[in-house]
Design a protein. Structure first.
Length: 570
RNA sequence: CGGGCCGUAGCGCAGCUUGGUUAGCGUGCCUGCUUUGGGAGCAGGAGGUCGCGGGUUCGAAUCCCGCCGGCCCGACCA
């Protein structure tokens, strides 16, 4: 099979730039249907693994390998000198012998030095993803995919809660479908991958690899829609899509990515608009705020930024750690554009034929990038507990005197309490190394179990977000962990909200917009931006991210008194 | 597609200007011992068509020509 990514521009008669490139042989690897995880199996699925992700023989949390005599001898040899004083201290002041802030080894480029470099470092060191062999493609590694699976599970549940059902449509779309909607084809043809050969022969009609599925799904919605009783028709699919990218970045912009695309048809414009808004708020915003702990701004796109073929595009915009904006999700009112192109008609109650009104909406693996850049710090990822595939890691500091058994019991108790937990008993790695690893991976709470603590019947709990430590009795560890998880979830959201608000300024002129956008978001009255200003800002790398009402709520259609949020963006 | 830069061990790099032993260094990897409460130490070891092709030369990672690939900056996008 030969994939041709350049020729289609001409064939589709688009104004897009022409590109040259070799035709590349590629194996047919049409992987259809994304498996997604059952959230309930998450904790148990991980329980038999150590921190390396390798299955230990014997499984269960109590596996012991290669730890015996020496470490016991070592701990026995070490008398309680330091601990003796510490014990006194602790009992009187509740202090911790190792509470002082530890010198942190630099494992990542600091954010302040070079934010993009930091982002790449995190992805590499936390083992989230790699570049694929074809430029712009992405290999999502198990720890990265686990994050995506958690996102899928949470979003899927919310999508279904508003009455949408999942289906699956093909990867290949007839090229002719794309051309039926003028704006749509113009918008997408520059980034299409087109298959010209199959089965060793040139195809009579080339097929495109879906960049999005409005067209195929429209064709079938038309087929399935006869009566107003068939509407609303509410569909969603989890799939991969391909948009040939010139400047790829892992998670943020790759030539192939994973997403969810919803497609619905309604009897009236009002119904369609209301549904798009409902998805936008009840699914996307709630998920992003409650699960991702990201304070997204909701708004409408300007005509220039609208989805090709839409009459209105709603967006969720987030601010990253460097002040730049990231579009986290969009919902489109497609009006009757696709209904006309694909003949989506129905008979209404009076028996007269009507054109349907459609919507589409999606969120993608880009959210993983947004999550990294929103909460990450110089030590690595910081995952919000509600999302985190692993919420608590129980770290065996050093073996001896029943430490292993205590780790096992704690893991069992946490699991029984519904916490997603793993045990790290890798005695062959130094303590510091393992701590650093778990910090890189962003696990919200770390519980350190070692002989010294245990002699006091205690363990040490450490928050990933603040690095603060506290010691609690073994019996209280589960309850404390639960409280910490809740606190971390709230605090991450609060921290991100505070940063966004600090870096958002109200301005009144276009020049001020450009200046303010250098460090964050600029808010300006939409009517203060004249024709041509939007384009002029774009030359400085600044775009209008969205339009909101003065109170920050979502506008409906064309309203006066709107505020434009302008920023640099990813 | 325009402008700048780079291809040497898995990754990051030095060596090239001024051609000449067996091509080095950091990290990672393997083995052993000692370690383990904040990226452990020591010893030993494996790993290279110096991007590809041609040319100059007694001799090329190094000089010349061509090709291929990649990165960064500008015009589009979840």
């Amino acid at each position: 099979m030969v994939t041709d990514v350049d020729g289609v521009t001409d064939r589709l008669g688009s104004s897009g730039r022409a590109r040259s490139g070799p035709r590349t042989e590629s194996e047919p690897d049409t992987e259809s249907g994304e498996a997604f995880g059952d959230p309930r199996s998450e904790a148990t699925a991980r329980a038999g693994h150590d921190g390396d992700g390798r299955q230990r023989p014997g499984s269960g949390s109590g596996v012991r390998i290669g730890r015996h005599g020496p470490s016991v001898a070592a701990s026995a040899r070490r008398p309680r000198v330091a601990v003796g004083g510490g014990r006194c201290c602790r009992s009187h002041h509740g202090e911790n012998y190792n509470r002082e802030v530890m010198p942190k080894p630099q494992v990542l480029t600091p954010q302040a030095d070079d934010f993009p470099r930091w982002y790449q470092d995190v992805i590499a060191k936390a083992e989230l993803a790699d570049n694929g062999p074809v430029r712009g493609t992405m290999v999502i590694r198990p720890d990265g995919y686990a994050i995506w699976e958690r996102m899928q599970a949470e979003v899927d549940q919310r999508i279904k809660a508003v009455g949408v059902r999942n289906a699956y449509f093909p990867l290949f779309i007839p090229e002719s479908y794309l051309t039926r909607e003028a704006e749509h084809v113009e918008g997408f043809s520059p980034e299409l991958a087109v298959v010209t050969h199959g089965g060793g022969k040139e195809l009579a009609e080339p097929v495109v690899v879906r960049p999005t599925s409005e067209t195929v799904i429209g064709e079938y919605i038309a087929k399935w829609t006869q009566s107003y009783r068939d509407l609303p028709l509410l569909l969603n699919q989890w799939a991969n899509v391909v948009r040939w990218e010139l400047r790829p970045r892992l998670f943020l912009r790759s030539s192939e990515f994973l997403w969810q695309e919803g497609h619905t048809a309604h009897v009236s414009r009002e119904d369609a608009a209301a549904f798009a808004r409902r998805i936008h708020t009840e699914v996307y915003r709630d998920f992003m705020v409650d699960v991702l702990a990201m304070p997204v701004l909701l708004g409408a796109k300007t005509a220039a930024e609208r989805f090709p073929g839409a009459i209105d595009t709603l967006t969720c915009e987030a601010m990253m750690g460097d002040g730049k904006a990231l579009q986290m999700g969009t919902s489109h009112e497609l009006g009757q554009n696709f209904a006309k192109a694909f003949d989506i008609r129905f008979l209404d109650e009076s028996g007269s034929e009507q054109l349907a009104w459609t919507t589409s909406w999606g969120v993608s693996t880009r959210m993983v990038g947004g999550l990294i850049m929103t909460h990450g710090d110089d030590r690595g990822l910081r995952l919000p507990p509600v999302l985190a595939p692993v919420q608590v890691v129980v770290l065996l500091v050093r073996d001896g005197d029943g430490v292993g058994a205590a780790v096992d019991r704690l893991v069992d108790d946490l699991e029984a309490a519904g916490v997603r937990v793993v045990a790290d008993t890798r005695a062959e790695l130094s303590f510091g190394r393992r701590v650093t690893d778990w910090e890189l991976k962003g696990v919200p709470v770390r519980i350190e179990v070692g002989p010294r603590d245990l002699a006091e019947g205690e363990v040490t709990l450490v928050r990933r977000d603040t690095a603060s430590k506290e010691q609690v009795g073994l019996g209280g560890a589960v309850a404390t962990a639960g409280k910490l998880l809740e606190a971390i979830q709230q605090d991450l959201l609060a921290e991100a909200t505070e940063r966004r608000d600090e870096r958002t300024v109200d301005v009144s002129t276009v020049d001020e917009v450009a200046e303010a956008a250098a460090t964050g978001f600029a808010r300006i009255r939409w009517d203060a931006i004249g024709p041509g200003d939007e384009q002029r800002l774009a030359t400085d790398g600044v775009t209008i991210r969205c339009l909101q009402r003065l109170d920050g709520s979502l506008p409906e259609g064309d309203e006066d008194e709107l505020i434009a949020i302008a920023a640099r963006s990813y």
